[in-house]
Design a binder for this molecule. Sequence first.
Ligand code: IMP
Ligand code: MG
Length: 178
Amino acid sequence: MKEITLHNKRFEVSISENEISDIINSMANQINNQNIERPLFIAVLNGSFLFAADIMRKITIPNCEISFIKLSSYSGTESTGEVNKLIGLNKDIKERNIIILEDIVDTGITLEKIISLLKQQNAKSIKTATLLFKPDAYKKNIDIDFIGKSIPNDFVVGFGLDYDEIGRNLPHIYKLKK
Ligand code: IMP
Ligand code: MG
């Protein structure tokens, strides 16, 4: 479907399922070519669950692992600027090469928080892979190592991303209609 309604707002297709798949293949190739030793992927739930599932099937690095954490700063269509605590990391990450998997980096507040919490646990290296990036909303200076696609500052939903918890199941990524 080209257009959908979620909570009485209209959305239109922005990135198709096929394009998402091409983007993820190319990100996986970039990561595979980096020679990262025994990487521990850390996927940030809930938004990155589909991205993580799809990219992991394309990762060919031997002995890679994946773990999941949760930390959210969002309610409605605008970032609240508040961040919660990191939940779910029950693994020793000391001396590990971490690759954070994010669905989207908007202001960068969430990413900065996650990186600072992981650094406290003495990870060996921390890289970030995000499916989507909003350069015009980004307020931080942290370099993002792998960016799937940079998008304008529109609210998007689908492929894991939600609008007040709905829309995560959509295979395409939709943007709010203006
Ligand atoms: P940040 O802290 O502002 O970078 O926001 C990061 C989190 O907010 C992401 O992990 C998403 O869960 C959520 N988010 C940011 N932009 C959007 C959007 O356009 N649609 C849905 N969720 C979003
Ligand atoms: Mg998220």
